[in-house]
Design a protein around this ligand. Structure first.
Ligand code: SF4
Length: 363
């Protein structure tokens, strides 16, 4: 199956800018993109810019993850000057430190905004806090760019509902063995949503799904867990070795994409309920028991026989949970493999050899 033509990031941003739209560099991980759409702003996510890390390491401790390092590298290269705003969600301590570094010292032309996500448990105080943060961000955006047009937020939520349905369909089909595509293609298409506006991404995803239905290649089914679906050579190795990614528990993917569609009530309250019901995640403060139960349920649903953890080096939230998760999976007779990766570096032949050995062990 060939991947449909996906507009490049540069092309899409240039076209958006030309049409008078505003741009936001959105750092990982969870943020209310619907609010940005409603204000006519295109969020462009910054996860793993493909740049040589030359300047950023001089400003960061050596044990900072490559997501933060590459994000800073991008800003030091001047990318912030092409944006209208830079949004830093409160994902982890490293991201929080980056937000302070950029806001206090780097001072790019774009306005830096901070978005504080509440952490679990998600009871009434978290609900009220999140709703309050949504109103605050809405006010900040209105202060910068004027009030959002009437009906724009309702339209943004309608896009969000459609996307929620398409993501769920893609994941359900894959888990049920009904998608004839490998991991490299699956993630190349879904990751286009990190920068395409929903008016461009919804038809693309819809058309791709219609073509992608079919029998997957034979192989050992696994769940992929971690931060990002990459590096690229890791996905190619999985496909080539017959390790079929049947589901994932990736921070940039299912933990954000499998959100319940926002309801029809007051839009910001509906977004709050949707946020509170997202899958468990190390960066949301979910309990280990919840995360373990979630991983086991993904494996059961997708008939996966093992879990591959592809964890970004020095990612404190992920690495902190890992020993207990692996212990619990072992007790449930689900073998696991840990591969540590840097987002802008190939995983390499050694990772491929370890994946091959893992497949043999599961067979
Ligand atoms: S990779 Fe981990 S440590 Fe780095 S920004 Fe993401 S959650 Fe934070």
């Amino acid at each position: 199956m060939s991947i449909p033509p996906i507009p490049s990031r540069a092309e899409h941003l240039a076209a958006w800018r030309e049409s008078g739209g505003k741009l936001c560099a959105a750092f990982p991980a969870q943020y209310p993109k619907e609010l940005l759409w409603a204000h006519g702003i295109l969020p462009v996510e910054v996860w793993d810019p493909p740049l040589a890390a030359t300047r950023a390491p001089g400003h960061l401790q050596p044990y900072i993850c490559s997501v933060v390092r590459q994000g800073l590298e991008l800003l030091l290269a001047g990318a912030g000057d092409e944006m209208d705003i830079i949004l830093f969600p409160h994902t982890c301590d490293s991201m929080q430190n980056l937000a302070s570094l950029v806001g206090d010292y780097l001072k790019p032309k774009a306005t830096s905004l901070f978005f504080y996500n509440p952490k679990a448990p998600f009871g009434q105080p978290a609900r009220e806090f999140y709703l309050d943060r949504l109103f605050a961000l809405d006010r900040e955006l209105a202060g910068l760019f004027g009030p959002r047009p009437e009906g724009a937020l309702e339209q943004a939520l309608a896009w969000s509902r459609t996307l929620s349905g398409l993501y769920a369909k893609a994941y359900d089909l894959r888990a049920a063995g009904g998608l004839a595509v490998g991991a490299a293609e699956f993630y190349a298409v879904l990751r286009a949503g990190e920068y395409l506006h929903p008016t461009a991404f919804i038809p693309l995803l819809d058309a791709w799904l219609a073509q992608a239905v079919g029998q997957p290649s034979a192989g050992e089914r696994i769940v992929l867990s971690g931060v990002l679906p990459g590096p690229e050579d890791l996905l190619e190795s999985l496909d080539a070795l017959g390790l079929v990614v049947a589901h994932d528990d990736l921070l940039s993917m299912s933990r954000r994409l499998l959100y319940p569609p926002p309801g029809e009530g007051e839009p910001l309250a509906a977004l709050t309920e949707s946020f509170l019901e997202m899958p468990p995640c190390s960066t949301r403060g979910s309990s280990l028991a919840e995360r373990l139960a979630w991983l086991k349920s993904l494996a059961k649903l997708s008939k996966a026989r093992g879990v591959v953890f592809s964890v970004v080096k020095f990612c404190e939230p992920e690495l902190f949970d890992l020993p207990e998760l692996r212990r619990g999976l072992k007790e449930a007779r689900l073998p696991s493999l840990l591969i540590e990766v840097d987002v802008n570096q190939a995983a390499g032949g050694q990772a491929s050899t370890r994946l091959e050995a893992f497949r043999e062990m599961m067979a």
